[in-house]
Design a protein around this ligand. Sequence first.
Ligand code: 48F
Length: 256
Amino acid sequence: MKELDISRSILKSHFNELLNNLTTDVVIVGAGPSGLVAGGYLAEKGIKVTILEKRLSPGGGIWGGGMGFKYAAVQKEAIPVLEDFNISYREDESGLFMVDSIELASGLIFGAIQKGAHLFNLITVEDLILRENRVAGVVINNTFALMEHFPIDPLTIEAKYVVDATGHEHDVVATLSRKNDVKLNTPTGKPMGERSLFAEPAEKGVIENTKEVYPGLFVCGMSTAAVFGYYRMGPIFGGMLLSGKKLSEILIKRLS
Ligand code: 48F
C-alpha cells in the first residue's frame, strides 16, 4: 500500500465528481431535511442533482431533535416519505409519530446519496449567477476560506434551477434580494422575515409556500417561512419532509 496512491485516489475521485457537477439540472443549497428529501426524489427520477452544504456534517437542524433531546415528531401525512427513505417510526399516544433524530438525519443523507444525488460538504454558496433576469447558477467557495475572511475568489456551478433550502437563514434569497434590484414573488417583493412559533399554520405554510420565488430560484423547507413571512414550528418535521417532496414534484414537471 502506497501513501501516494491513497492521496492520488482521493483527489481524483473528489475532483472527478466535482467536475461532473459544474453543470447540473438542479443545485440544492443546504442539506437539511427539506433539501435532502427533494434531492433524493429528484435524483431517483434520473435528474442530475447537486446538493451543496456549508458544514462538515449534512443534516441541518435534524440532529438535535428538540432542545438537544434526540426525538423529533412527524405527522401522519409525512409517513410515506419516512418509508421511502427506510426510516423507522413509532406512533405516540398523542397521535404523532416519533422518529429518532439521529436515524432521521443519517437516513435522509444516506437515502439521498443512494438515490443518486451528489452531495458536497464544506462548500458555501456565497452568491448567484444572474442571466437576463433569471437565476442561472451559484457562486461557491470553501467554507473555511469564508470563515477566515481570506480574500479568495470563488468558483461557479451552472444549473437549470437553484433551490434555497438553507433553513432559517434563507441565505440564497437574502443574497439575491440584497445585491440586486429584483422583485421577488412575495407580497412585498422582498424576503418578509420569519414570525414567532405557531406550529399548525406554520406546517401548512411551509408546504403552501414551496414555490418559485424568482425565475429559476425556488424555496423549500424553513426558508419558505423566512421568505414569505410565516411562523416557525419547532421540532415537528412533517412539513419539512413534505415541502421537499412537493419541490421535487414541481421540478420533475418543469424538467420533463
Ligand atoms: O436548517 P435546515 O435543517 O433546513 P430545513 O430543511 O429544515 C429546518 C429544520 O431543520 C428545523 C425545523 C424548523 O423548526 O424543523 O429548523 O429547512 O438545514 C439548512 C442547511 O443549509 C446549510 C446549513 O448549514 C444547514 O445544514 N446552509 C445554510 N446556508 C448555506 C448552507 C449556504 N450559503 N451554502 C451552503 N449551505
